[in-house]
Design a protein around this ligand. Structure first.
Ligand code: AMP
Ligand code: MN
Ligand code: MN
Ligand code: MN
Length: 284
């Protein structure tokens, strides 16, 4: 891994600015407590938590990196592209994210309409109480269905109603792969395919995604994601080496109620993977 001690990086997590449970400040404090030394906050389609998180990180001498997780439509799939280490004030990026949030608002209204038809009245207000005026995500609907006793677990909310193809799932046109990569790159950052193992793509399709992503200027793959099995990690490390991409890693921590994901505590990147932070100033 080059020279020096391997630092604890966590380059994917969520705060109350999107569908996380902890405020940006509480998240940073929790990261420090868990031994994280370099943290990126990557909320869905929004960067509102970054200023607060950066201020908290300065107080705790944690290295903080700007981040975002962008919703992308690619070949009928909803994919997530993480952006790292970009200029938060970039106008084109912020305009793009604002449009995605509008799209989220329209989708939430349609999801609520479908849930109402399924007999769950007041879903929009219910989910809205969990979102607290910020972006509306399926996670907020799941929390509402769970809190109202309609499902026993959050997972059941996705399995029965909110997951792809289920009755309250609304197909949306998010942004394109090329656009998301372009926004991040033009803002001086690096685009990374988030948790590539979670989209259930065939090997052929995953290769096509990686090729298109690389051609668009994408730089990295998340080789390690929270609660991912080690076969998948080896598989993704192979892709990183074969396509000469950079490797990222992150917990995708959303808060204490997701007991299967932990902040920090990630294994080191497999041998032979160039870490994405090699592209950053001042990181070993
Ligand atoms: P959205 O961005 O509104 O489409 O919501 C997607 C979010 O829902 C993801 O970022 C996860 O946090 C959460 N999610 C997706 N699938 C599940 C699941 N099976 N169980 C719990 N949370 C999930
Ligand atoms: Mn999420
Ligand atoms: Mn994701
Ligand atoms: Mn995430």
């Amino acid at each position: 891994m080059g020279t020096g001690r391997y630092k604890q990086y966590d380059l994917h997590c969520h705060s109350t600015a999107s569908d996380g449970e902890l405020s940006p400040t509480a998240l940073v404090e929790y990261a420090v407590k868990n031994g994280v030394e370099v943290l990126a906050l990557t909320d869905h389609d929004v960067t509102d938590g970054l200023v607060e998180a950066a201020a908290a990180a300065r107080r705790h001498e944690l290295d903080f990196v700007t981040g975002v997780e962008i919703s992308v439509s690619w070949d009928k799939h909803l994919l997530h592209i993480v952006g790292l280490d970009f200029d938060v004030n970039d106008a084109a990026l912020q305009q793009g994210l604002a449009e995605l949030r509008q799209q989220r608002g329209a989708r939430a209204a349609e999801m609520a309409r479908r849930l109402d038809k399924l007999g769950f009245d007041g879903s929009l207000d219910g989910a809205g109480r969990f979102a607290n005026g910020r972006i509306l995500s399926r996670t907020h609907f799941a929390r509402h269905l769970h809190a109202s006793g309609h499902v026993r677990t959050m997972q059941e909310a996705f399995d029965r109603y909110l997951g792809a193809g289920k009755p309250a799932y609304v197909k949306s046109e998010w942004t394109s792969l090329g656009e998301a990569v372009e926004w991040i790159s033009a803002a001086g950052g690096q685009a990374v395919i988030a948790h590539p193992g979670r989209y259930k793509l065939s090997a052929t399709k995953l290769r096509r995604l990686i090729e298109e992503f690389k051609a668009a200027g994408g730089r990295g793959l998340e080789v390690i994601s929270g609660s991912q099995d080690s076969n998948m990690t080896r598989n993704l490390a192979d892709y990183v080496r074969r396509y000469e991409l950079y490797a990222s890693l992150g917990s995708d921590y959303h808060g204490p109620s997701q007991t299967w994901r932990h902040m920090g505590r990630l294994p080191p990147l497999p041998e032979g993977c160039e870490p994405i932070w090699r592209l950053w100033q001042g990181q070993p």
